[in-house]
Design a protein. Structure first.
Length: 76
């Protein structure tokens, strides 16, 4: 049986945990804060945030700080 291909709109476990962590933050947060809240290393979160931003699920209104968008909230 062939492996199920992951749909491009699917999120992996790390991305979902990052979005959940951001949804609980009251102010824009940096990669280190998000990593700590989500339970991952800062470099891992930094890489995942780039992908989430390109998909419109997070935004960075302040340089180096991120928030979850309404689209991101719909994914969790």
């Amino acid at each position: 049986m062939p492996c199920r291909r992951k749909k491009s709109e699917d999120l992996d476990e790390i991305q979902i945990k990052i979005l959940k962590a951001l949804s609980n933050m009251k102010e824009p947060a940096g990669c280190g804060e998000i990593a700590k809240a989500a339970g991952f290393s800062t470099p891992k979160v930094t890489g995942k945030l780039r992908g989430l931003k390109s998909r419109g699920l997070v935004d960075n209104p302040v340089k180096g700080k991120y928030i979850i968008t309404e689209e991101g909230k719909k994914k969790i």
